[in-house]
Design a protein around this ligand. Structure first.
Ligand SMILES: NC(=O)c1ccc[n+]([C@@H]2O[C@H](COP(=O)([O-])OP(=O)(O)OC[C@H]3O[C@@H](n4cnc5c(N)ncnc54)[C@H](O)[C@@H]3O)[C@@H](O)[C@H]2O)c1
Length: 462
């Protein structure tokens, strides 16, 4: 089947590549000329595990093409996907201009082409309930026959950055929102190869499909903020959130996912989607109180390490060198949108600190935000050299078992604030670190040099 994907970001590029992997002919359209040139040259502008393998295969077999020309992109296409940005507007509601403008442009081109073939226009962007109706209007207003020439379908995307390809190829479920049997049948056929293990393709009405995406992201964000609050109370009552998590996760009504305490959620989805759902509720006269709390807790949690380091130095961060490990909003991606690390770096810079950042993949994307306001290290040990504190913001694998003896040696002052609970607090104290994590006890650091050296030999890798 000929497929067009409009918008070639994290969702569009992964979707297009995975559809091509299943044998479809895919044309990806983007307004970003540089990105299209790069992709056409075989270069992938984002980091996403395994994407290169499928991308190269699809290109080698000429099933994946890139263009900036929308008319060329949709010519002969049976299904046109929108994978366009829906960033938060000033009032927190989703900015739909990208999606609605593209819908208008596609509708104009279809009218111009005067081609009576039936097409399915599919919205993969995360959009508030009712957006499908507005997209449909764009086609109806131009005289196109809804149901005859065009069907507008909602097909929310649930992939996670960092495992996007795997998630797309093996989705837990596929949601298709349409009232058209014809569109539903075509969409089910399209997704059949992705659900061979029996995961469901749910066909629901379009509004429910749009709501499913917001409900899913809001519930996951709620779990994160809830566990962060549990962690904050654990610290005050002498409990350990990791043990609490294990205890509750074995309850099958709760399950193990999204229960890790940390320094809050980021990324291009959770913050904006929670905000947009709260805003939609308000617009309809409903005050979605839990979501406001989820966002407030998250804002507070994302500042936490920065406030802690500021307290430690009695409010004086001026000229202090602070190392930050982990800049992406989560491991496995170079995406730094809304990353807790960036909130922390902003805070530290405002107080005059000298920040040095390290990340295995997200240095370039961080440079887009901070440029030369911070220093960038080539490796994790280089980052801590001469620093007065280490802040851990993202749980990349390489941070899980570093040579802590070397970290201890390189740090000018052995303060480690771990936003991802990577190490054993008791062992860290034995090694002479002043170590604080989230929702777990802290121990007074060992001060006897011989004991520290012995602990480093024994626990170099805790
Ligand atoms: N990133 C995720 O993990 C994820 C997961 C599920 C859903 N979503 C949703 O999917 C949508 C896309 O997200 P993303 O992260 O892929 O965005 P992105 O910002 O990475 O990519 C969007 C792309 O659209 C292009 N674009 C903008 N206007 C265009 C136009 N008129 N025509 C063609 N291309 C245009 C941009 O140049 C960019 O390449 C959003 O609604 C998001 O909420 C994202």
């Amino acid at each position: 089947m000929d497929i067009t994907v409009i918008g070639t970001g994290y969702v569009g590029l992964v979707s297009g590549t995975c559809f091509a992997e299943m044998g479809h002919d895919v044309t990806c359209v983007d307004v970003d000329e540089e990105k299209v040139a790069q992709l056409s040259d075989g270069e992938i502008p984002i980091y996403e595990p395994d994407l290169d393998r499928y991308f190269e295969r699809a290109r080698a077999e000429d099933r994946l093409r890139f263009t900036t020309d929308l008319a060329e992109g949709i010519a002969g296409s049976k299904i046109v996907f929108f994978a366009l940005p829906t960033p938060p507007g000033e009032d927190g509601s989703a900015d739909l201009s990208y999606v609605l403008d593209a819908a208008g442009d596609v509708a104009d081109l279809l009218v111009e082409a005067d081609d009576p073939e039936h097409r399915i226009v599919v919205n993969k962007s995360t959009v508030p309930v009712g957006t499908g109706d507005r997209v449909e209007e764009a086609f109806a207003d131009r005289g196109l026959d809804i149901g005859g020439e065009v069907d507008v379908v909602s097909n929310p995307e649930f992939l996670r950055e960092g495992s996007a390809v795997d998630d797309f190829l093996k989705p837990d479920r596929v949601v298709i929102g349409t009232e058209s049997d014809r569109a539903a049948e075509t969409m089910k056929r399209l997704y059949e190869p992705f659900v061979r293990q029996g995961n469901p393709v749910l066909v629901v009405d379009r509004r429910s499909a749009e709501m499913i995406k917001y409900a899913a992201n809001s519930l996951l964000a709620t779990r994160i903020s809830f566990m962060n609050e549990i962690a904050n109370v654990c610290e005050r009552v002498g409990a350990n959130v990791d043990k609490v998590r294990l205890g509750i996760s074995k309850d099958h009504r709760i399950g193990p996912h999204f229960l890790y305490a940390g320094i809050g959620f980021g990324g291009s989805c959770f913050p904006k989607d929670v905000q947009a759902l709260a805003r939609k509720g308000r617009e309809k006269g409903y005050d979605f109180q839990i979501l406001d709390a989820v966002l407030d807790v998250n804002d507070q949690q994302r500042r936490r390490l920065a406030e802690q380091v500021e307290d430690y130095f009695d409010g004086d961060l001026d000229g202090r060198r602070i190392a930050v490990w982990g800049l992406s909003f989560k491991p496995g991606t170079d995406d730094t949108r809304e990353a807790p690390s960036h909130v922390i770096i902003d805070y530290l810079l405002e107080r005059g600190a000298d920040v040095v950042g390290y990340d295995p993949e997200a240095i370039e994307t961080t440079k887009e935000t901070f440029g030369d306001q911070i220093a960038y290290a080539d490796g994790m040990y280089e980052a801590v050299e001469g620093a007065e504190s280490l802040l851990i913001c993202t749980e990349w694998h390489e941070f899980r078992r570093p040579d802590l003896g070397a970290v201890r040696e390189h740090l000018e002052n052995p303060l480690v604030l771990d936003g991802r609970n990577l190490y054993d607090p008791a062992r860290m104290a034995e090694m002479g670190f002043e170590y604080h994590s989230i929702g777990r006890p802290s121990y007074a650091p060992e001060t006897n040099q011989e004991a520290i050296e012995a602990a480093i030999v024994e626990n170099g890798q805790p």
